[in-house]
Ligand binder design. Structure first.
Ligand SMILES: [Zn+2]
Length: 263
């Protein structure tokens, strides 16, 4: 083999190796693509059809009271109401979404609904919440709060509604009963009408305020900080909410036999 032929052979071998490497690269790439597609298909949420859920089409606003510069009530051991409200609201969101309910939150983190340079943050915050509620077209609004009282022995959940709202009273009764029963409250309270809380008076949607417990009672403050107890609260709230949504369903019309045609 002369030098020229030798150079040719080497050139052909190098070219062949390059082509082989290129083909291998393409095959591996398409394999990875296939694997990625398979992983996406395996995600559980794609397997559940939304219409299978019992409350698909229902909309609920979950309003975590206070936030940002407004801590709400402060517990005997320093718990901030705004933190407990948000934690329960996020748990409740998951619970309701599990039933197919569309959930609108007024806040997702520890931030108030106001501008940093606003001169009246509380008013701006309340108006922003009201706007979210009105735009949501919600079937029910549930505002999460915690209570406080001078007498440290006072404890237990209490639900409020706008005093002239029949649907509000109905929703509040169902939510109050669910909290009393599922949290095994020793001295259960009764839901109460209110005519001065800003959101209750301004909101045209059916609304309840769920005060889940008293931060002024040290035992209840500890419970309200407990993840398991928060989950029990979220599940109890969900039960009351679902019972209310169920009560609002229009009964199906009687199906009548078609009349005999007149000849
Ligand atoms: Zn509050």
């Amino acid at each position: 083999m002369d030098k020229k032929t030798m150079t040719k052979v080497i050139f052909i071998m190098v070219a062949a190796m390059a082509v082989a490497l290129l083909i291998r690269g393409i095959v591996l790439h398409s394999k990875n693509d296939k694997q990625a597609q398979t992983n996406v298909e395996e995600l559980p949420f794609t397997e559940v059809e939304p219409e299978e859920k019992p409350y698909s089409g229902c909309i609920v606003v979950v309003d975590a009271g206070h936030g940002g510069k407004d801590p709400g009530k402060v517990g005997v051991n320093g718990t901030l109401e705004k933190d407990i409200n948000l934690e329960i609201a996020l748990l409740l969101k998951d619970e309701l979404e599990g039933e197919g309910i569309t959930v609108v939150l007024t806040r997702y983190d520890d931030s108030g609904l106001y501008d940093a340079n606003s001169s009246n943050k509380k008013v701006q915050d309340m108006r922003a919440r009201l706007l979210i509620i009105e735009e949501s077209k919600a079937d029910l609004v549930v505002s999460i709060h915690q209570n406080s009282f001078g007498d440290a022995s006072v404890r237990g959940p209490q639900v409020f509604y706008y005093e002239t709202s029949e649907n509000g009273a109905n929703a509040a009764e169902l939510v109050q009963n669910a909290l009393n029963e599922d949290l095994e409250i020793a001295r259960p309270r009764v839901q109460k009408g209110n005519d001065n809380y800003y959101l209750l008076t301004k909101c045209s949607n059916v609304m309840v305020i769920a005060e889940c417990g008293f931060l002024s009672n040290p035992e209840e403050e500890a419970l309200l900080n407990d993840k398991e107890y928060q989950q029990r609260i979220a599940e109890a709230l969900k039960r009351g909410i679902c019972e209310y949504l169920e009560s609002q369903r229009v009964a199906p019309m009687d199906i009548k036999e078609p009349e005999e045609p007149v000849i």
